[in-house]
Design a protein around this ligand. Sequence first.
Ligand code: AMO
Length: 447
Amino acid sequence: MTERVLIKDLAAHEDGIVRVSGWVEKVRDQRYVQFVVLRDESGAVQLVNGGVLREPDPENPRSDILVPRTTTISELTQGTFITVTGELQHNERVKLGGVEVQIETIDVVAASLPENPVADDSNIDVRLDWRFLDLRRPEQNLVFRVQTTFLNALRQVWIERDFIEIQTPKLMASASESRAELFEVEYFEGKAFLAQSPQFFKQMAQAAGFGGIFEVGPAFRADHSFTSRHATEFTSIDTEMSWIDSHEDVMELHEELMVAGLSAVKEKHGEAIQKLFGVEIQVPERPFPRIPLAEAKEIVKERGYEVPRADADMDPEGERQISAYVKEKYGHDFVFLTDYAASIRPFYHMLNEENPELTKSYDLIYNGTEISTGAQREHRIDVLEAQARAKGMDPEELGFYLDFFRYGVPSHGGFGMGLNRVLMLMLGQSSIREVTYLFRGPTRLLP
Ligand code: AMO
């Protein structure tokens, strides 16, 4: 049997017999000719039956008749998976890729019900109910190709830097971030919690002498909100490294990763992204602008927006405003907000030596939305314990975590970044639902 050819490779393939497999996107059944648009994971091609004269057979003058129509094609429903062999013909007049395949054999592998529950204009909930059909759309396919390319580029940076990949447990005995967003699950006779972040375990790798580490894995937050940027389960990109001088070293790694990820995406998918999403991928210049949080709030205020609570983090409108300012002033899509007050940061962030009200931490904002939090961590056990107490935490409860620091840990820091948010902002999408393989929210556990 001839080997299957991916549709995207047909244009470069020589004329002759080919085999293609995929699902039926459209059938045009005319009197003398039948067309099928066949799509596979790589693209779409037009298949043709009929409409051509067979080579006249000199022995048989009646042989120059039209190729007959076939009911197999007439009865194909949209979404049916078929395998076709046929004659590949390059033909510039064919809009779809400049090639078509004259069908010789057609094998219906698995028929689809005729009514497609998802239309191009279906709302997001219908699309998510039928996600496997929704994902057949070329723009959805592209999202996950972009994700693959982006993560692969990040991995290359980590591997070049000799970082170790880890997988940390998602079942935990205690909280790793705010208790308010903790999912509790039954665990035999007791209970467990779903990991909100690999925070403690990536710091454990520093105590274990691993140096640089990274993890791409699920994180769970019992966040009962219905915003475009929150999910109850998301993919967290985490990294941590030893022997840093300050959070500035973490920001530099962060910049390097974003530049590598966006360059790879632009190079491989830039054209397709432009075509399907109307977005031009921008590779950011280094260094990214850095603005202390307090100053950012002033800037936003001057633009006419006051962040409601002076002692709190930026709110979404504040993030949009500061991004707009940075874009106007520096032409940059990214901005690091730095110098967060200790009062709004977790106990494990290191305090600024010059001003202990502030932490050595940052948030990274991309196209108007926070994608990441990073910091230098406190590695001195006495200081760490004091900081936990100052937050009203009982050091006893932090047992296993504090033990790391009793046996020596080098200076270290890292960040966590929501993959789904990065994709949403990179591709100009309105919600992380659009770019999450299977979205999980307060009212969505299916499919
Ligand atoms: P933080 O809580 O800021 O920091 O989370 C880091 C990043 O994770 C993403 N994120 C989310 N994405 C989708 N839905 C959610 N509900 C959600 N919550 C968070 C965001 C956010 O910026 N341990 C620290 C990180 C660190 O310091 O290394 C942490 O978890 O993109």
